[in-house]
Design a protein around this ligand. Structure first.
Ligand code: DGL
Length: 278
């Protein structure tokens, strides 16, 4: 039995993504911080974020952030690159107003990539919103190591993963076309710049070859969450397994089906349909 099944979530750690992609980050946190409670908001009614404009995303992500803060989360993990890239400052401002610390993607995986690349040729595969924001280029530049960065926007990849479509030959051809400029650039390190993409890491590895290292955010995010909570004095001291729950703005059945497959933990019975409007 979990604590929550005995009497509701303690102050959980909140997660935001447009869909199931952030589950790749949640997974790492569930493993690293088993005594914590987690509340994940999947804004699937507004999916995809990655092809929306900066203005649209700032407005929507601001609303979603406020909604989750009202649920009493003790920390916010922005498990979405498109949201971080376009609305990171807005999220930080709103969360600061509520006194809630925020951990985001982009910075951590940029640091890992800049550290592990041997040739200095780094690729970034991300949504159009993330690529056109220039957020990865800026994060990699800040690290002060001379790098050759090749960014590829993949408008159709996150939708395909979100739908849970079968990975047929057509999908392979599409992913192959996203990989071509990365192969031409002879990268040795690829940042998976969308939290949906670790879910197709085996396919990317097959197409790019063993010598290209794939970098994801999850591990580093879990470490950052732990550090931030410890510094705050709000790390759970519970030894009993914590709980995890979901708030979803779109279709519940497909979220449960695809999410359960990817998280490899049950979602059914832990999920609530919510309408998030201003
Ligand atoms: N998982 C998201 C990201 O990291 C968003 C995908 C989308 O909604 O387009 O960018």
């Amino acid at each position: 039995m979990t604590r929550a099944s005995e009497g509701g979530l303690a102050r959980p750690i909140g997660f935001i993504d447009s869909g199931v992609g952030g589950l790749t980050v949640l997974h790492e946190c569930l493993v690293s911080l088993p005594g914590e409670d987690f509340l994940y908001l999947g804004d699937s009614d507004y999916f995809p974020y990655g092809t929306k404009t900066v203005d649209e995303l700032r407005e929507r992500v601001g609303i979603v952030t406020s909604f989750l803060l009202e649920r009493g989360v003790k920390m916010l993990v922005v498990a979405c690159n498109s949201a971080t890239a376009t609305a990171g400052e807005e999220i930080a401002r709103i969360a600061a107003g509520a006194g809630v610390p925020v951990v985001t993607v982009i910075g951590p995986e940029s640091e890992i990539a800049a550290t592990i690349t041997e040739t200095g040729r780094v690729g970034v595969l991300a949504t159009p919103a993330t690529v056109s924001s220039g957020a990865y280029r800026a994060a990699l530049d800040r690290l002060g190591r001379p790098l050759t960065v090749t960014e590829v926007a993949a408008p159709d990849l996150a939708p395909l993963i979100q739908e849970g479509s079968p990975f047929d030959e057509g999908v392979m051809d599409m992913v192959r076309s996203y990989c071509e400029p990365l192969k031409r650039a002879e990268i040795d390190t690829l940042v998976l710049g969308c939290t949906h993409y670790p879910l197709v890491a085996p396919m990317l590895q097959r197409l790019l070859g063993r010598d290209v290292r794939l970098v994801t955010a999850g591990h580093a995010i879990a470490a950052a969450v732990q550090r931030t909570l410890a510094a705050d004095g709000s790390l759970s001291t519970e030894r009993q397994e914590g709980d995890y729950r979901f708030l979803v703005t779109g279709d519940l059945d497909s979220f449960v089906e695809v999410g359960t497959r990817f998280l490899q933990l049950p979602l059914a019975g832990r999920i609530e349909s919510v309408s998030v409007e201003r």
